[in-house]
Design a protein around this ligand. Structure first.
Ligand code: MLT
Length: 407
């Protein structure tokens, strides 16, 4: 028998959303007649926009003739998609990004989990608490998180609570890597430019790298909130950004994403000399990844056509109408909430001081609502709960009519 990596020996239990799915499945098997209202995992429910479907059909046809067939594509993506990403997400906000600073991939979950491979085993990692579990799990599997006792001994947790407006405090010790997500999963809070500048300044002063997850950027409607960390001067020397088609264009099952690794961003070798993280990650991708399918990249590019933009923006607006209903309902019940504006998640204190799994079980058993227990996102998530706006309008309405029964 081969000895397994120590990181896999100590990783606890199941992945959060697998545990939620298992509990829902057990409930459904025991109560086949009960309706389930799914506001748990942040999975979209609307079909792909017509412009995207049309591009998919066209790309399938391309594969059917020798002249337009595509075999292996470029490891880091086709220029037609990279150019559209740059134009719509960076140039539009006054940010200059070059083609070879963008790397197309198959989803931000993989990108967020893979990026840590570039850094040393003893790199000190800071995460907000609560946090999207992939950042922590991927470092734990790589053996960088230490031992687990409810919290990981080597991870620096930055508590985000109602008292600090769910904004992470700067770490009180040196950290090498900082995962930030804005609009935040799970708290729904959004960093303004001043808040983000604080982090860019910290990272530049401390030679840290910010790993900035911008998967929910399409949900920002306030004009003065930053859409990308590169709106902050100096971020190109300290930050990697993750962008996704999952939440703005419904690609959770279709899979397409991108990373920005600026060429100005350097890492350090053992001998103290500098190395380009862009070159290193491109090197990693060329050995481990053969690129996102041509068909999928064509579909993603269609999200930026005039029709694609109109249709996907309408979908986002539909989800935001759900968010507003959730927020209004919970606040109407006197709940303390975060998110729901500029974000598809609403995060709130569980009623009556229930712990978050207790509340999860009660919502499911008593009214058939599935949400996500805050404790699954980290120790500071205990006593909180997350609902997603990605459900259908009908389910969201039914859930909001029922939720007040569990108090
Ligand atoms: C979530 O529910 O937190 C996210 O949908 C999970 C993901 O995007 O991987």
């Amino acid at each position: 028998m081969a000895l397994i990596h120590s990181g896999f020996e100590i990783i606890p239990g199941a992945y959060l959303f697998s545990e939620v799915a298992a509990r829902v499945k057990r409930f459904q098997q025991a109560n086949p007649e009960r309706e389930i209202l799914r506001l748990g995992i942040g999975d979209v429910t609307r079909p792909l926009a017509p412009a995207i479907i049309q591009a998919l059909h066209q790309a399938v046809d391309d594969m059917a003739s020798a002249e337009s067939f595509h075999g292996y594509g470029p490891d880091c993506g086709y220029d037609f998609l990279i150019d559209s990403i740059i134009e719509n997400n960076y140039t539009a906000y006054g940010v200059r990004i070059q083609q070879d600073e963008i790397l197309i991939s198959d989803g931000s979950k993989s990108d967020c989990a893979n990026i840590q491979e570039l850094f040393s085993e003893d790199a000190v990692v800071a995460v907000t608490d609560p946090v999207y579990p992939v950042y922590v799990d991927s470092n734990a599997m790589a053996g960088r998180a230490g031992s687990f006792d409810g919290v990981w001994s080597n991870i620096v947790y930055l508590p985000c609570r109602a008292e600090n407006g769910f904004m992470p405090p700067l770490p009180d010790r040196h950290v090498d890597l900082i995962y930030l997500c804005s609009p935040n999963n799970p708290t729904g809070s959004v960093m303004d430019k001043g808040e983000l500048k604080k982090w860019v300044d910290y990272a530049l002063e401390n030679d840290s790298v910010i790993l900035f997850d911008a998967a929910y950027r399409a949900y920002i409607s306030s004009a003065d909130l930053p859409r990308t960390i590169y709106e902050i001067p100096g971020a190109d020397r300290c930050a990697i950004e993750f962008g996704s088609f999952s939440k703005n264009a419904g690609f959770t099952g279709t899979r397409c994403s991108w990373l920005v690794v600026p060429k100005a961003l350097m890492g350090r070798k053992q001998d103290g000399s500098q190395v380009s993280l862009n070159e290193l990650y491109r090197r990693r991708q060329s050995s481990k990844f053969n690129g996102t399918a041509y068909i999928i990249q064509r579909a993603a590019a269609a999200a930026y056509s005039p029709e694609g933009l109109k249709q996907t923006r309408a979908q986002v607006a539909g989800y935001m109408a759900n968010a507003q209903l959730i927020l209004e309902t919970l606040e109407g019940m006197g709940m303390v909430c975060s998110g729901g504006t500029d974000s598809p998640y609403v995060w709130y204190k569980t009623p009556g001081g229930m712990d978050s799994w207790q509340y999860f079980d009660r919502l499911l058993n008593e009214v058939g609502i599935v949400g996500t227990p805050g404790a699954g996102f980290g120790p500071c998530g205990e006593g909180y709960f997350r609902l997603t706006a990605f459900g259908s309008p009908e389910d969201t309405k039914k859930a909001m009519d029922l939720i007040g029964k569990v108090l």
